[in-house]
Design a protein around this ligand. Structure first.
Ligand code: ASP
Ligand code: MG
Length: 427
């Protein structure tokens, strides 16, 4: 049998009925080949669910139910527009999911308690609904689509909001559940972002985690390729809204892609690359608006590092912490070790580190509580200063003459042909 392809459609691609129809056309273009389709929640539904969760947690009954009704109406309107009431099974399925969401909200309101695992359960409804709509639409086009429940496929631990995948069981489940569907010539339609813990609760893989779901499925099925369909022509050398001259990058090595996601490229979820790299499965980033155009391919290239244009990235929500030993001692290995251990134990994430004889500067994610805690624990040995609301500006693959030092830069670093600047956030 031909090897399967995995397509992932994000929220922007299924933002309304026309978006779902467009996805239908793309799937139709590939009909007849083994295909798994992963879909995110429609448009900003996950944010709407977060708001719903907040209102329910606050015990704000009328606003919570109002918010629930908005979410319900939105999905019903799209289903009606797509199917003109022609598929009662899909309608019943959608209602079942919505009833379940409503009961969850009422439970939270009633108990005035909101355990973390219920939060994940609530976030999952966006993908459950979008996948029902998409599968129904594909069927209406006479495509052999089968709705599948990702919670039967992706098995995880119970880490709230960003569960870790339990790989061996997940691979077994995916092969056992999706294998036969593909052998029958059917198209599996699966929710991104969600999974299930060993004790049977719904879990989520972290915001924007649907890309990762596609990568997990591709890895278990040893797919021929993964395609992420986006609202941009491919991976760009900068945010086109900010840099109108940004270029589309034709190809990247896995390493380059990982590096770009680390320094703030948001086109792909950072966890997506590794499983694909392990098996050498190429990842394509294509435009759902111009599906016939070549996008970007991320793969193991012959020349391991394709030549790239200068790539400009912004990693937002950063803070800069500067430490100076109180007793003016050198910033030596043992002090460095102490600091890095504290960084880890309070849960800060490092973006850059710079040492000098008597100081150490850390660029970390801007989480006020963590920063306070960190400064508290190191203050017995260091004078510590934090600057918040910063961003990390990176220019990758640049030559010195292409780089201009931003006047507001507070930290400058050059490394492997990459230039990094930490500066106050661009407003
Ligand atoms: N719907 C989820 C989110 O918005 C997952 C995703 O879109 O990938 O975070
Ligand atoms: Mg999304």
């Amino acid at each position: 049998m031909e090897r399967v392809q995995v397509f992932k459609f994000g929220g922007a691609s299924v933002r309304d009925a026309e978006g779902v129809r467009n996805v239908g056309r793309i799937v139709q273009m590939h009909a007849g080949k083994p295909l798994v389709v992963v879909v995110s929640a429609m448009d900003k539904t996950t944010n709407e669910l977060e708001l719903l969760a907040k209102l329910a947690e606050a015990g704000n009954e009328s606003d919570a139910l109002g918010q629930f009704n908005r979410i319900r109406r939105f999905h019903h309107t799209v289903l009606d527009a797509l199917l003109h009431n022609g598929d009662t099974l899909a309608m019943e399925h959608l209602n079942l999911v919505l009833d379940d969401l409503q009961r969850t909200v009422q439970g939270v309101l009633l108990l005035r308690d909101f355990p973390n695992r219920i939060f994940d359960r609530m976030m999952a409804y966006g993908e459950l609904m979008s996948s029902i709509l998409l599968a129904a639409h594909l069927k209406s086009l006479n495509l052999p689509a089968v709705w599948m429940d990702a919670r039967e496929l992706i098995l995880t631990d119970s880490t709230w909001r960003s569960a870790e995948v339990i790989w061996p069981q997940t691979i077994t489940q995916i092969q056992a559940e999706i294998g036969p569907i593909l052998n029958d010539g059917q198209i599996a339609v699966v929710q991104g972002f969600i999974g299930r813990s060993a004790d049977g609760h719904t879990t989520t893989l972290g915001r924007e985690g649907s890309d990762y779901t596609a990568s997990i499925l591709a890895s278990a099925l040893e797919a021929e390729r993964v395609t992420i369909w986006k609202d941009v022509p491919g991976v760009m050398s900068g945010d086109p809204k900010r840099y109108p001259k940004a270029l589309k990058i034709d190809q990247l090595s896995y390493e380059q892609a990982v590096e770009m996601t680390f320094f703030g490229a948001s086109v792909i979820h950072p966890k997506t690359i590794k499983p694909l790299q392990n098996l050498g499965i190429p990842l394509h980033v294509n435009s759902f608006q111009a599906p016939a155009n070549a996008g970007t391919v991320i793969h193991s290239t012959q020349l391991n590092q394709p030549r790239l244009p200068v790539v400009i990235l912004h990693k937002t929500q950063q803070a800069l912490i500067t430490l100076r030993p109180l007793d003016l001692s050198f910033m030596d290995e043992s002090l460095l070790r102490r600091v890095l251990m504290e960084v880890q134990s309070v849960g800060l994430q490092l973006s850059l580190v710079q040492t000098s004889a008597i100081s150490l500067t850390l660029c970390v994610n801007d989480r006020a509580e963590h920063i306070q805690e960190f400064i508290g624990v190191v203050s017995s040995q260091f004078h510590a200063e934090a600057e918040q609301e910063m961003e990390l500006l990176s220019m990758l693959y640049a030559e010195a003459e292409q780089v201009e030092l931003p006047p507001t830069a507070r930290l400058v670093q050059r490394q492997n042909g990459h230039y990094h600047f930490v500066l106050p956030r661009h407003k």
